[in-house]
Design a protein around this ligand. Structure first.
Ligand code: V47
Ligand code: SF4
Length: 358
């Protein structure tokens, strides 16, 4: 059934929307996986990457209150928190977790109703002052848009100010599904898909590399996923600013969008099809926190070449019923990758090799 597509993929031809839809409709998960694994091999050999990183959420107070988000709170609501800069710095200091030194901090949070832009700048500059070598990957396109609004500076100057304070790159969150009809039901207050893409384009133009995500397994249909990925592919053609694509498996607990968890088959298919469709992305990340350790390990055979990192503390998936523990040690990550038959490579934030565990 997939013979003609196999030929197209082996010949290095770009897939169309109709091709991607055909792959989603097919039950031939083994062929799809084999094709994706082979393409991943062409791009990254047998390497599978991980990083020594730490996630920090400065606040969960958010004016958007997306309907799929179990992490956010309104101001004054039970469970709302905001970290002081001192607390953020303390989280990055050596602990007994044997994960030090971190090479990257991943910092994202809610849209706080009262924090001025200067506070966000101070978070970044304080981290930079205390940890001069730490890579600071911070703020989704949604947060950047919010800061550009509260600062009144516009996108370019907002990004420049953050970069000058020490921001090195941006994560890929907030993309969800770009289609307006899905976004309207999932997160009516959030910036549009068009605006998310514009913020990323501005970041790439400012020399800030970013990731891109897609939240799947809620109310969307597969054609929405395909359109989402094609919009990312178009932008990547123009900027080459994306580093990794990360499909995020929806977790329904404590949210307003009911439904079940994604299936393992859907997770693997989505990873594999993203590898095949996003031919201009160097990396596909199987985020172990959302996929679980076992599916993320299998994903390394289905087109993914990265499983993220040590993480240490994770609140977004946890609040929505995530079952994985918050942290993985380097030893656990290395073992997981080796048992998938891949070569574990500890990387920096730009995918430069730090150490190969052969
Ligand atoms: O933007 C929120 C998603 C994202 C739920 O760039 C949910 O390296 C599932 O973007 N079920 C934040 N997902 C996480 C994120 C990320 C994670 C790891 C690495 C990188 C990277 C980025 O989490 C949000 C939203 O899309 N999210 N609620 C939920 N209930
Ligand atoms: Fe706020 Fe982000 Fe949660 Fe939406 S997903 S409510 S923007 S923290």
């Amino acid at each position: 059934m997939l013979k003609s597509l196999e030929k197209k993929i082996s010949g290095g031809k770009r897939l169309t929307k109709a091709d991607a839809l055909r792959l989603f409709e097919s039950d031939d998960i083994f062929t799809i996986g084999r094709l994706a694994d082979s393409l991943a091999g062409k791009k990254n050999g047998r390497k599978a990457y991980f990083i020594r990183n730490r996630h920090i959420n400065p606040t969960n107070i958010c004016v958007n209150r997306c309907r799929f988000c179990a992490f956010s709170r309104s101001e004054g609501q039970e469970g709302a928190f905001e970290l002081t800069i001192k607390e953020i710095i303390k989280k990055l200091k050596p602990s007994n977790l044997n994960l030090q030194p971190f090479s990257e901090v991943h910092l994202v949070g809610g849209l706080h109703p009262h924090w001025p832009f200067e506070h966000y700048l101070e978070i970044i500059s304080s981290i930079r002052k205390h940890f001069p070598k730490l890579h600071i990957k911070a703020f989704t396109a949604v947060e950047i848009d919010y800061m550009s609004g509260i600062s009144g500076l516009g996108l370019g100057k907002t990004l420049f100010a953050l970069k000058s304070a020490g921001l090195d790159s941006m994560p890929g969150g907030g993309a969800e599904i770009f289609a307006p009809e899905v976004r309207q039901l999932l997160c009516p207050e959030k910036i549009t898909g068009r605006r998310w893409l514009d913020v990323m384009e501005a970041a790439h133009k400012a020399g800030i590399r970013t990731n891109a995500t897609m939240l799947y397994g809620h109310i969307e249909e597969v054609h929405h996923r395909v359109d989402h990925m094609l919009k990312l592919r178009d932008l990547q053609d123009r900027t080459s600013g994306f580093q990794a694509f990360i499909p995020l498996a929806y977790h329904p607990q404590n949210t307003e969008i009911k439904g079940g968890y994604t299936s393992g088959i859907d997770d693997l298919k989505t990873i594999a099809i993203s590898r095949l469709l996003l031919d201009n992305f160097d990396h596909i990340k199987a985020y172990w926190v959302m996929l679980g350790e076992k599916i993320s390990q299998l994903a390394l055979k289905f087109g993914a070449d990265d499983i993220d990192g040590t993480i240490v503390e994770e609140k977004i998936t946890r609040s929505a019923g995530g079952l994985t523990g918050g942290a993985m040690t380097v030893e656990q990550l290395v073992a997981l990758i080796k048992k998938a038959g891949k070569v574990p490579v500890e990387r920096d934030s730009f995918y430069k090799k730090v150490r190969v565990y052969s």
